[in-house]
Design a protein. Structure first.
Length: 357
């Protein structure tokens, strides 16, 4: 007997949400029953059109929050922008699971593994809820939780685990992130929030702490932050912001978890606004962007994961893989214990049912 599809709502239809709609439409175990949008222009539009499918799905987007929640879905695929409203988003997610609705979400990314980052009472509120919450994506997410921890299963001795994102963000459309959070196109020493002491540890600390938990490591406190911002050597035009010569064009940062002062788990990001910037920094083997895991020890292990869309753009495919990690995790999250569900809690998630016959 065929099981009934899980009823799913998509929350927001931006750069990730539109791909989530397309992914749910293709997934045999899921049924799209509602879409929440914040924009009056999108209110009443068919989800298929908002997802760029060029066909109707028979589900209309709505700005009516309570009306969408009243659909009582099995799961919300939450793709709303959270980088500039972290605590408001945590409140939203907490309310959803307290109402008995399971959630998979692309943010706030610190909820990937918030222990040691958020106040205990905020975590306990989610843990007491009658439904499950899983926050993931590609980075923070699969590329620096499941992938590195699986790679360490081949190790005899581990000296250091380093997870990297190396990417050209020139085609990445997210003006708030690019301009206001990273500071691309602004003065190299601009007083941006992301570069304030402790902020990287909040934003990406979940990555370092979850890997450490998976390896049974007790890290020194606090995590070590290193940032190297570089000016653009020529004018660059990106999808989100124009970068003038001399303004910030590239950044390399590390977030380091040490044990007795020795680096053991390191997250490193190398972000450029043009592929030829700062050539002495590591570059992807195939250009564009990649995720790399290096496990130093016995044996020495290295794996590089890259992706690109059907039309070649790695930033578009970055949104797709983020959405699909959430969409494909829905059945496992719905079946999981209530409360916060991390990558350490989930069974193997695959693309079951997605092979085209």
């Amino acid at each position: 007997m065929t099981e009934k599809p899980l009823r799913v709502v998509v929350w927001s239809t931006g750069t990730v949400g539109r791909h989530a709609i397309a992914g749910i439409d293709r997934h045999p175990a899921l049924e799209l029953v509602g879409v929440w949008v914040s924009s009056a222009e999108k209110d009443g539009q068919d989800a298929g059109r908002l997802a760029g499918l060029d066909r109707d799905l028979g589900v209309l987007a709505s700005t009516d929050r309570e009306g969408v929640l009243a659909l009582r879905p099995d799961c919300i695929v939450h793709c709303a922008m959270t980088d500039d409203r972290t605590f408001e988003a945590i409140e939203d997610l907490s309310e959803f699971v307290e109402a008995g609705i399971n959630v998979v979400s692309s943010g706030p990314v610190l909820l990937q593994f918030p222990f040691g980052i958020l106040p205990p009472e905020m975590i306990e509120r989610i843990e007491r809820a009658p439904a499950s919450l899983h926050v993931n994506g590609i980075d923070p997410g699969w590329a620096n939780d499941v992938l590195p921890l699986q790679l360490t299963s081949l190790s005899q001795r581990i000296d250091e685990v380093r997870v990297l994102e190396i990417a050209d963000y020139s085609t990445y459309y997210q003006p708030v992130v690019m301009r206001d959070i990273f500071g691309f196109g602004d003065a190299v020493d601009a007083d941006k929030l992301l570069w304030q002491p402790g902020v990287l540890s909040m934003a990406w600390g979940a990555v370092v702490r979850q890997i450490a938990e998976g390896l049974d490591l007790l890290l020194d406190e606090p995590l070590v932050e290193k940032v190297d911002r570089r000016p653009a050597e020529r004018d660059v035009s990106t999808a989100s912001v124009d970068v003038k010569e001399g303004t910030m064009g590239a950044v390399r940062f590390e977030l380091i978890g040490t044990v007795d002062g020795v680096p053991r788990v390191v997250l490193e990001h190398i972000t450029r606004t043009a592929e030829d910037q700062v050539p002495e920094w590591p570059t992807p083997a195939e250009g564009g962007g990649c995720y790399r895991v290096v496990v130093t020890g016995e044996p020495h292990l290295k794996i590089e994961f890259s992706h690109h869309g059907e039309h070649g753009d790695h930033n578009v495919s970055g949104m797709i893989v983020t959405a699909q990690r959430l969409v494909n995790s829905v059945p496992a999250v719905v079946a999981a214990k209530p409360g916060l569900v991390t990558a350490l809690d989930l069974p193997l998630v695959t693309g079951r049912g997605l092979v085209v016959s």
